[in-house]
Write a protein that binds this ligand. Structure first.
Ligand code: UDP
Length: 321
C-alpha cells in the first residue's frame, strides 16, 4: 500500500515516512519545504515538492496512493496570532484542496494531524474527546475547522481518524540517521533546555501557575509512540466514520520536572532562570488516552527520560556531522 505523507519533510512527518517505509509501506511525500527539510525525507520515498494549496501538486502526489497521512500545516501558536490569514489559508484551504483531490482520485483513507489546541483552556483534567472545543488561538481554530470539515466529508464515505496530539517530543533513529525537531526558531522546551548554558539559561515561563511547583504541566508523548498510533489508526479506518482520538501519555510533567529529568539523563545541572508567563499558555494540559487504548489497542511505551535522551543524542549527532 502506498501512503501519501503531506508535510513529510517536517519533524513528525519525516518520522512517519521513515517508520512507514521500515514497516513495508510505499510512501510519497508532498512538502513545500517552507519549514521542513528535504534531507529529512528518506531516500526510498517519492518526493513531490509543492504546497497542499496546489491542485496540480496534490493530484500528482496522490498518484498510486491508497491512503493519506496529513501533517502539512502551519503549527506555531504565536505565529498564528500574528498571521491568522496564513493559518486559515494553509491549514483550512489546503485541507479542502487535499480532500477534493482525494475524492477525485477515489482515495478514501485519511489520518489527520489534529491537536490539543482545539480544546483551548480545559475545564476538566484529564481532557477527553468529549471536552468542549474553545480554541484560544487561530492555530487551534483552524485545526478544529478541519476536524469539522472531515466529519462532514465522512458522511459521503471518507474513512478518517483525527489524532489530537499533546506535546510531541523525542527523536527517531532511522536507518539513515536521527530524525528530530529542527525548527527555526526552536520554541519547544526539550530541545531548548538541552542547549541551556550558564550564559544562556533556559527560561522557565512563569513559576506562579496554580500547579504543585508553580510551573506549567504538559503531557509529553514520544514521536515514535505517536507514529505507532498513526499506523494503528490507518489499520483501523472504517468507511463513513470519522473518529477523533487524543494522543498523549495520559500523565503530566511540570516544566521543573522536565528540567530534572533532563538533568538526570545528562548527569549535570541545567541552568534555568524564571521568566514571565508566555501568553496563550494554559496551566495544565493532560490527555485522557483511554479512547486510543480502546479504539487502536495502543499505549505509549516511552517515558520522559527516553524523550530527553533521544533528543540529546540526535542533537549531538547533528553537531558532530
Ligand atoms: N516552556 C518554558 N521555556 C521554554 C519553552 C517552553 O518554560 O523555553 C514551557 C511552556 O511555557 C510550556 C511547556 O514548557 O508550559 C511546553 O512548551 P512547548 O513550547 O515545548 O510546547 P507547547 O505546550 O507550547 O505546545
Amino acid at each position: 500500500m502506498r501512503v501519501l505523507v503531506t508535510g513529510g519533510a517536517g519533524y513528525i512527518g519525516s518520522v512517519a515516512t521513515a517508520m512507514l517505509l521500515e514497516r513495508g509501506f510505499d510512501v510519497t511525500v508532498l512538502d513545500d519545504c517552507s519549514t521542513g527539510h528535504r534531507d529529512a525525507v528518506a531516500g526510498a520515498a517519492k518526493f513531490v515538492e509543492g504546497s497542499v494549496l496546489s491542485t496540480d501538486s496534490v493530484a500528482l502526489a496522490l498518484t498510486g496512493c491508497s491512503a493519506v497521512f496529513h501533517f502539512a500545516a502551519k503549527s506555531l501558536v504565536g505565529e498564528s496570532v500574528e498571521k491568522p490569514d496564513l493559518y486559515f489559508d494553509v491549514n483550512v484551504n489546503g485541507t479542502r484542496n487535499l480532500l477534493d483531490q482525494m475524492s477525485k482520485a477515489k482515495i478514501s483513507k485519511l489520518v489527520f494531524s489534529s491537536t490539543a489546541a482545539t480544546y483551548g483552556e480545559p475545564e476538566v483534567i484529564p481532557i477527553t474527546e468529549e471536552a468542549n472545543t474553545k480554541p484560544t488561538s487561530p492555530y487551534g481554530t483552524t485545526k478544529l475547522a478541519v476536524d469539522k470539515m472531515i466529519t462532514e466529508e465522512a458522511k459521503s464515505g471518507l474513512a478518517a481518524i483525527s489524532l489530537r496530539y499533546f506535546n510531541v517530543a523525542g527523536a527517531y533513529k532511522s536507518k539513515a540517521g536521527w530524525l528530530a525537531e529542527r525548527h527555526n526558531p526552536e520554541t519547544h522546551l526539550i530541545p531548548n533546555l538541552l542547549r541551556s548554558t550558564r550564559d544562556k539559561p533556559i527560561k522557565i515561563f512563569g513559576n506562579d501557575w496554580p500547579t504543585k511547583d508553580g510551573t506549567c504541566i504538559r503531557d509529553y508523548i514520544h514521536v515514535v509512540d505517536l507514529i505507532d498510533a498513526h499506523i494503528l489508526a490507518l489499520e483501523n479506518l472504517a468507511s463513513g466514520q470519522h473518529k477523533i482520538i487524543n494522543l498523549g501519555s495520559g500523565g503530566g510533567y511540570s516544566v521543573t520536572e522536565v528540567v530534572s529529568a533532563a538533568s538526570k539523563v545528562l548527569g549535570r545541572d541545567i541552568p534555568t532562570e524564571i521568566a514571565s508567563r508566555r501568553s496563550g499558555d494554559p496551566a495544565v494540559l493532560i490527555a485522557d488516552i483511554s479512547l486510543a487504548a480502546q479504539c487502536l489497542n495502543w499505549a505509549p511505551k516511552r517515558g520522559i527520560e527516553n524523550m530527553v535522551r533521544d533528543t540529546w543524542e540526535s542533537q549531538n549527532a547533528s553537531t558532530s556531522k
